[in-house]
Ligand binder design. Structure first.
Ligand code: AMO
Length: 453
């Protein structure tokens, strides 16, 4: 049998198992034997003593290797280590005054689990400033940086606790097709794909299917999945694939029920993330401000007036452009003392065909966007559940109802009043952490120029 380990000049983990993470090495473990695994983060060679900063998934700790106090072979191995070598370290935790943790590890054994070639980018942050494009080319290594990794642990926490909230509130998680036959959000940014003999598209949103699942008898549903937008331009807040966090609820009294559910969900997710991801937030220097309930609500028409007052040339017929959003990032905190603001009652022209027209505000809709520090992070609203009105609105938007029979037809059979929303997971993350470019909030971003790694 080939001994692959011998061939590669490395050792197997064998029976040894990690019994601590690096960040746990502190005063309370002094005198204990520990087994750690991870990567060589930094090596400082002071001749007769070497310092190895070991990095694992949760942090770093110092392994101090004094020639006099460690077995000869341990010192020898330490001379061959290079940044990013994967190692297993066994040793004793000893006290030190030189580290904030008050403890370090003196090894009795260092085992090389895998060698690393010289890395093309620095994992140790702050050493060399490289541009985002280069970082993304080496994204797998880039993600090893503790601060970059932390972004996704925080994202995980936000999604985890938002999901937890929905589960506590009778929502069922669903998985709908991403290969679809028609646009949901209008045709402009649709990716066409080759699907045997027929044209097909990548889903822009689970919109139709999440609604249809309410008609199928699920009272409340949610889905967290990729969606695809053929945005032509590279902007700091658009990608061509992003993670859409959608929910949809039946038997609502109005759009207010949807907004209430969202604000409570985000309040829960933010509060729990503040506790559960405190180390990651601290690493990024972010003091997470849990938004106060209820979030402020303001009508679109009033937002337009506020922008006009601030000197912006804009009318009710216009969508909010990036400049408007930047202005609102200042206006909202000043006026309302809040980061989270719902903008409601958008004009019918600016909303998709499935949006419920408003009965109180003529020409407007029962819809909303949620803005966070000025940027739109969510779109939602009450949907049309009345078949005739739905067909009328499809025609008014220039869509041929015959092409949407699969969606429209079920509305003939007692569709419940309902509404819901779509939240961009990366946008939520970037706004929360103060990240400038949405690509940094995506593990492997897809944009006009990038489909690798
Ligand atoms: P909308 O198209 O506004 O609404 O999208 C919902 C949310 O998704 C995020 N988002 C994006 N994030 C990154 N890159 C993009 N190109 C991008 N486009 C949108 C934003 C936005 O608020 N079906 C409706 C939702 C609904 O009504 O339920 C929809 O998709 O955060």
């Amino acid at each position: 049998m080939v001994d692959y380990y011998k061939q590669a000049d490395v050792s197997p983990i064998g029976k040894d198992r990690r019994n601590h993470y690096s960040y746990e090495i502190g005063k309370d473990l002094i005198g204990e034997q520990v087994t750690l695994v991870g990567w060589v983060h930094i090596l400082r060679d002071k001749g007769k003593i070497k310092f190895l900063i070991l990095r694992d998934e949760r942090g770093t700790t110092q392994i101090t290797i004094p020639k006099k106090r460690v077995p000869e072979e341990v010192f020898e191995i330490s001379e061959n280590l290079k940044p990013e070598t994967a190692v297993l370290v066994k040793g004793e935790v000893v006290a030190t005054d030189f580290l904030p943790s008050g403890a370090e590890v003196v090894p009795s054994e260092i085992r090389v689990l895998n060698w690393s070639e010289t890395i093309p980018i620095d994992i140790v942050e702050g050493k060399v400033d490289i541009d985002l494009d280069t970082r993304l080319n080496y994204r797998i290594l880039d993600l090893r940086k503790p601060r970059v990794n932390a972004i996704f642990r925080i994202q995980h926490s936000l999604v985890r606790f938002a999901r937890e909230f929905l589960e506590q509130n009778e929502f069922t998680e669903i998985h709908t097709p991403k290969i679809v036959s028609a646009a949901t959000e209008g045709g402009a940014n649709l990716f066409e794909i080759k699907y045997f003999e027929k044209p097909a598209y990548l889903a822009q949103s689970p919109q139709f299917y999440k609604q249809l699942m309410l008609l199928a008898g699920f009272g409340r549903v949610f889905e967290i999945a990729p969606v695809f937008r053929a945005e032509k331009h590279n902007t700091p807040r658009h990608m061509n694939e992003y993670t859409s966090f959608d929910f949809e609820m039946a038997w609502i009294g109005g759009v207010e029920d949807v907004m209430k559910m969202e604000e409570q969900m985000l309040h829960h997710a933010f509060s729990k993330t503040k506790q559960e991801a405190s180390r990651e937030l601290e690493l990024l220097g972010v003091d997470l401000n849990v938004p106060r309930l209820p979030f402020k609500r303001i009508k679109y028409a009033e937002v337009i007036s506020l922008l006009q007052d601030a000197g912006k040339e804009i009318t009710l017929e216009d969508d909010l452009d990036p400049e408007s959003e930047r202005m609102l990032a200042d206006i909202f905190p000043e006026k309302f003392g809040a980061d989270m603001v719902f903008i409601t009652h958008y004009p019918m022209e600016l909303r998709p065909a499935y949006t419920m027209p408003s009965m109180s505000d003529g020409g407007m809709t029962e819809s909303f966007d949620l803005t966070y520090k000025g940027m739109e992070i969510t779109t939602g609203g009450q949907r049309i559940h009345l078949y005739d009105l739905l067909v009328e609105r499809f025609k008014a938007k220039g869509f041929d109802p015959d092409r949407f029979v699969f969606y429209l037809d079920p509305f003939k059979y007692g569709a419940p009043p309902h509404g819901g929303l779509g939240l961009g997971v990366e946008r939520l993350t970037m706004q929360l952490l103060g990240i400038e470019n949405i690509r940094e909030a995506s593990l492997l971003p897809r944009d006009r120029d990038r489909i690798t790694p």
